[in-house]
Design a protein around this ligand. Structure first.
Ligand code: MG
Length: 164
């Protein structure tokens, strides 16, 4: 059954540890880096946070419930598949994404050169225009595990619409 017409917001957060022998994939984009993210899937913290923001807005649980990391089928998974599955589930309830905004906490590398590609990749997954996707990044000023480059985190908000 569809939710009542209107707008709803959600938030998401994710953090993964880094390691030297892992690729760095953020927002569905492979980024050249000395260290990548450890995880059961490709560990794309940006897409994971976006999934949780979308699911939260719809009141449909979280990414851990939908895609448990105890399930071997998700091993090494491309997280774009998670986002597509979340968007499909939302659509079944009459929800569609309006815009998302993400804030990435990362000490290195600098993400500025990669932001346009990340926005485009996220926009395509959500079937929205690139200007409906905010991608921001900042360091943690050398503080804590993120500041030491041992982890990368991402916060996300999403607005979704039900009805036209
Ligand atoms: Mg995650």
């Amino acid at each position: 059954m569809n939710a009542p017409p209107g707008f709803r917001t959600g938030i998401g957060y994710d953090v993964h540890r880094t390691a030297a022998d892992r690729p760095l994939v953020l927002g569905g984009v492979r980024i050249p880096a000395e260290r990548g993210l450890i995880g059961h899937s490709d560990a794309d913290v940006v897409l994971h946070a976006i999934c949780d923001a979308l699911l939260g807005a719809a009141g449909m649980g979280d990414i851990g419930e939908l895609f448990p990391d105890s399930d071997p089928i998700h091993r090494g998974a491309d997280s774009r598949g998670f986002v597509r599955a979340v968007v499909r589930r939302l659509a079944e309830r009459g929800f569609s994404p309006v815009n998302v905004d993400v804030m990435i906490l990362i000490e290195r590398p600098r993400l500025a050169p990669h932001k346009p590609a990340m926005r485009a990749a996220i926009a395509e997954l959500l079937a929205v225009e690139s200007d409906a996707v905010g991608v921001k990044a900042g360091t943690n000023e050398g503080l804590d595990a993120i500041g030491r480059g041992e982890a990368i985190a991402c916060m996300a908000t999403a607005l979704i619409r039900c009805g036209s």
